[in-house]
Design a protein. Structure first.
Length: 205
């Protein structure tokens, strides 16, 4: 059985919670970026939710492929989180021109709304989606405990999803607005990335 430093587990579970919170929090922020251009109807929400689910599927597949290649490391997820943070940091300055360009060229129909959601959410959320499968690979010491570890990682991440959704919707958006929250999310992700970089540890299979 492989040794697993206690600090490693604490860092990864804490980051799972934070990444989960930012992921769903940014989905809620996505509605604020899209609504002025494409409205707040069910079509816009369908586009947002579909994009988030596609992004997570991409992230899960990519993360699982890295684990299958027996090359999971904290550095891998730290880089993915850092790139996602950089993308989020660029959103407040670029979202309006992108939304306007899509609206002007495609109108406000289903294709335009899907494209706008994709431009806003797909890249950062796909990167964040790689976290959970790689985290499971890092924390699993033996085949016998794989199910328990996977349940814990995804459970902690899901609790973060709930907290991020509620906190963003009912507290942060009314208090400080979407763009400021986006910068905060980017800074929080950068902090998670830094914590993971500080203690690099590659599991030996």
């Amino acid at each position: 059985m492989r040794k697993r430093p206690p600090v490693l587990a604490v860092c990864i579970y804490a980051c799972a919670f934070i990444v989960g919170g930012v992921l769903m929090g940014f989905e809620m922020l996505g509605s604020r970026y899209l609504f002025p251009y494409f409205g707040g109807g069910i079509g816009t929400w369908a586009s947002l939710i579909s994009t988030v689910l596609c992004a997570l599927a991409i992230g899960y597949f990519a993360g699982s492929a890295i684990v299958a290649a027996r090359n999971p490391s904290q550095g891998t997820i730290a880089v993915a989180i850092l790139i996602a943070a950089g993308y989020l940091a660029s959103v407040p300055a670029t979202a309006d021109p992108v939304m306007e360009a899509i609206l002007n060229s495609l109108g406000d129909g289903a294709l335009a709304t899907l494209l706008a959601s994709t431009a806003l959410l797909l890249v950062p959320l796909s990167l964040l989606g790689t976290f959970s499968p790689i985290a499971v690979g890092l924390l699993t010491r033996s085949a016998d405990e794989a199910g328990r570890v996977a349940g814990l990682v995804y459970g902690v991440s899901t609790i973060g999803n709930v907290v991020g959704t509620l906190l963003t919707t009912f507290t942060l958006i009314p208090a400080i607005g979407s763009r400021a929250i986006t910068y905060i999310f980017a800074a929080v992700l950068a902090g998670c990335s830094g914590v993971l970089f500080l203690n690099p540890a590659k599991q030996a299979y």
